[in-house]
Design a protein. Structure first.
Lengths: 327, 449
């Protein structure tokens, strides 16, 4: 099921975003420039498909942080087709890679858990500096624009000024925020937020969490506790656990996804900072190895720069001609 | 987790013993493994290519030394190459001839600039300097507040500006004046994070640089960065001319291959690593240790240094002797636990252990800090005789100990089991085996007995 369809069936009509594709194109301009152009470079002037060329393609994928294993698997598929003489022409290779990536991303697509009774609880997790707080701010604006009521939960009680940062985003998005003092138990803050949301019939609660390296067992246990708290107050919660991953992250992203899935039951990935030159290929590896869909991509610093991820559109804009004018 | 490179090479060279020489044929599959290992550690693929070439050159035709297995020999070649590339020695900070020295902290969003700024300030203070902090990140919500909060907690002065001062240039001008007036010798400037493609912010950084003539422009890079590290670091360097690199989040389990990429593209030295959330989790960069880490060989040196720093030379020597003589009693175990807790979160300590031999599974050990308190309580409930000889602890004693410490007999059993394992592990640590030999070779004061 397509993402848009899914949102439609769950929450009614999606607001029109006529220029979504253009914005996506503009947003990932740099990614495109890096990845597809390299791919084209590798293919340019080649007449024959030989081991050399295939290796060059593999490196292009690795260069996009897709990872040795995933890149190897994709190329292995292509190699087999070449061996069986199903591919003869160099020009087909680009298409094959495109299809392979698309297939991987589409296979991981799945809808958000059904919300029995509001609020829908969205827990946002990730390592330090991935862009959690910013993502929450943007997500709040997005839900607001869809006409939903939103309550933020300042669950990062650890990092200096994290609460203030979220408060500023809450103000920008025009939503309320539940907070306690720095150092408070995040589960307690979440509990308060969920109680308030139920009383006020809020549609969405988005909970921030402190950034944590996935190797810190104590902090990871804290996430488990937040999960438990959520499910006690709201049946079926958290409905969505978004792992925020910085597009510049390398192969460690996979390990992050594994550990966060173990402790907090990740249901989807938000790929941030895609407006840089980084390609975020690790999200493909995560989709392939763990089956987590990419839910959103962050392509800028403004509130509207968080775009819903749709594999076909994303791959299309990655592989199609550059957008005529980047703003 | 990943197999370590040495494991893989061990398999590749399994049949090599007796051939006597590393040949082109048997090197190829080894080089393939090395390549994959480096790529999985996020070293940029062009850098990998380059490295593989020089490794091939070095390794080819070498005699297989008696002391090493061929695998270890190749690992050594790889390791030496990595160290060479990372910079063969530690580099120091540069200061201006006339104080205050300005240092600009720059980097991508979320790489850890603000935290690193505070840690560097703390480190400078420990080393006899008197830093003044200022944040010029006027964009990210609450960024300046974040540095102010940290500055307060580490009790260092920060210039927070007046309400009229809105631009970074205004802020640093006043901050510098303040530094002069209050006699601070280093001005640390935390800048706004950016994606390097942001021309406007890059211009702002250049203006800051031209105004301040900083003695250091330190690029903060996340150890988890992937292939893009080359691009971001390269661009920052082209635009600004960075003078050094701070590698952050080394307390995670990222291999940190980005360090190699950055070093190779900028040619600038890596100067510090951030190793935890606490303000003191900050160390000068060690090429050899990072090389080990990229290869999955752990960071035993950092561990030992940390132990020395926190436990003190004498205790460390005593501990070392006991370990060597296998006189390590439960009382020592307890003391050690207490001391280890002083070192910081246990995970970061265990993370320094190599993935080799008996230590292999240590990394996946989940440590509950509360568990430590319980263990100490259990040992406290033993008699001195029991602590000195765990063999005498029978069922009745176990029940008494459990009662005394408010735990269960099962807890006591677990502890005794753990203790026995630790003894065994320590024995391999100091005794024979690859690691023991390696340790013995290092001329560390605590080992020179």
């Amino acid at each position: 099921m397509k993402q848009s369809l899914m949102i439609q069936t769950l929450f009614g009509a999606v607001p029109q975003e006529p220029n979504l594709l253009d914005r996506l194109k503009a947003g990932i301009q740099k990614t495109r420039a890096g990845f597809v152009e390299r791919l084209e470079d590798a293919l340019a002037g080649r007449k024959e498909i030989d081991a050399d060329l295939l290796e060059e393609l593999e490196f292009t994928l690795i260069g996009a942080d897709i990872g040795v294993t995933t890149a190897h698997e994709i190329l292995e598929g292509i190699r087999q087709r070449v061996d069986r003489r199903l591919v003869g022409d160099v020009s087909e290779l680009k298409l094959l890679i495109r299809d392979s990536l698309l297939e991987t991303l589409q296979a991981a697509e799945r809808p958000m858990a059904h919300v029995e009774e509001p609020p829908a609880v969205v827990l946002v997790v990730g390592v330090n500096g991935a862009g959690k707080t910013t993502t929450i701010g943007k997500l709040a604006s997005r839900y607001r624009a869809e006409g939903r009521s939103v309550l933020l939960c300042a669950g990062d009680t650890f990092r200096a000024a994290a609460i203030e940062q979220l408060a500023i985003w809450a103000e920008r998005a025009g939503v309320d925020m539940v907070r306690q003092s720095p150092g408070a138990d995040p589960s307690a803050v979440l509990f308060d937020a969920l109680q308030a949301a139920r009383a006020r019939k809020i549609d969405y609660v988005i909970a921030d969490t402190a950034g944590r390296l996935h190797t810190k067992t104590n902090l990871m246990a804290e996430l488990e506790k937040m999960r438990r708290t959520a499910s006690r107050v709201v049946p079926g919660a958290p409905h969505e656990v978004l792992l925020v991953i910085d597009a510049t992250t390398g192969q460690n992203g996979l390990e992050q996804a594994r550990r966060f899935t173990e402790t907090s039951g990740v249901t989807g990935v938000v790929l941030t900072k895609l407006d840089g030159t980084a390609k975020g290929g690790v999200a493909v590896a995560i989709a392939r190895e763990l089956g987590h869909p990419i839910r959103y991509v962050g392509v800028g610093e403004k509130a509207e720069d968080l775009l819903p991820f749709e594999p076909d559109k994303f791959i299309d804009s990655l592989f199609s001609a550059p957008a005529a004018s980047a703003p | 987790m990943f197999d370590t490179l040495s494991d893989k090479l061990q398999r590749v060279f399994k049949n090599l013993r007796g051939e006597g020489k590393l040949t082109a044929a048997n090197m190829e599959s080894a080089l393939r493994e090395i390549r994959v290992a480096l790529l999985e550690a996020d070293v940029h693929f062009r850098v990998v290519k380059q490295l593989i070439e020089s490794i091939r050159e070095k390794a080819m035709g070498q005699e297989v030394l008696d002391a090493f297995s061929p695998a270890q020999q190749v690992v050594k070649i790889v390791r030496d190459e990595l160290i060479k590339m990372l910079g063969s020695h530690q580099s120091r900070l540069r200061f201006a001839n006339e104080p205050p020295s300005a240092m600009l902290i720059v980097g991508l969003q979320g790489s850890g600039k603000t935290t690193s700024t505070a840690k560097l300030a703390r480190w400078l203070e420990k080393n006899g300097h008197s830093p003044l902090l200022v944040s010029v990140d006027v964009y990210r919500p609450a960024a300046r507040e974040q540095l102010a909060v940290i500055a307060r907690s580490i009790k260092l002065p920060i210039y927070t500006g007046t309400p009229e001062e809105k631009t970074p240039l205004e802020l640093v001008r006043s901050a510098r004046r303040e530094a002069v007036q209050t006699g601070r010798d280093v001005l640390l400037v935390d800048t706004a994070g950016r994606l390097h493609i942001d021309e406007a912010l890059m211009t702002e950084l250049r203006e800051l640089r031209d105004l301040l003539s900083p003695s250091e422009i330190l690029f903060v890079a996340d150890a988890m960065t992937g292939q893009d590290a080359v691009k971001s670091a390269g661009e920052f360097h082209n635009q600004l001319g960075i003078s050094g690199v701070i590698l952050t989040k080394m307390d995670g389990d990222a291999r940190g291959g980005a360090a190699l990429s950055i070093r190779s593209v900028t040619g600038q030295p890596l100067k510090f690593t951030g190793t935890g959330e606490k303000p003191d989790a900050f160390e000068p960069f060690h090429p050899d240790r990072t090389a080990n880490r990229i290869l999955g060989m752990g960071d035993v040196l950092s561990f030992i240094e940390k132990v020395e720093e926190n436990i003190g030379q004498k205790n460390a020597e005593e501990m070392q002797r006991k370990l060597l003589d296998n006189e390590f009693t439960l009382a020592d175990f307890r003391d050690q636990l207490r001391q280890i807790r002083k070192l910081g979160p246990l995970e970061s300590i265990l993370g320094m252990m190599p993935d080799l031999g008996p230590m292999k599974d240590l990394k996946n050990v989940k440590v509950d800090e509360k568990e430590l308190t319980r263990i100490v309580a259990i040992i406290d409930s033993m008699t001195p005789r029991e602590r000195n000889n765990h063999m005498i602890i029978n069922g009745a004693r176990r029940r008494r100990i459990a009662k005394g410490s408010g735990t269960t007999v099962q807890d006591v059993n677990n502890l005794l089991k753990q203790y026995a394992q630790t003894r065994k592990m320590m024995k391999s640590f100091t005794g024979g085996g690859f690691l023991g030999k390696r340790l013995a070779k290092l001329k560390l004061p605590m080992l020179q007995q």
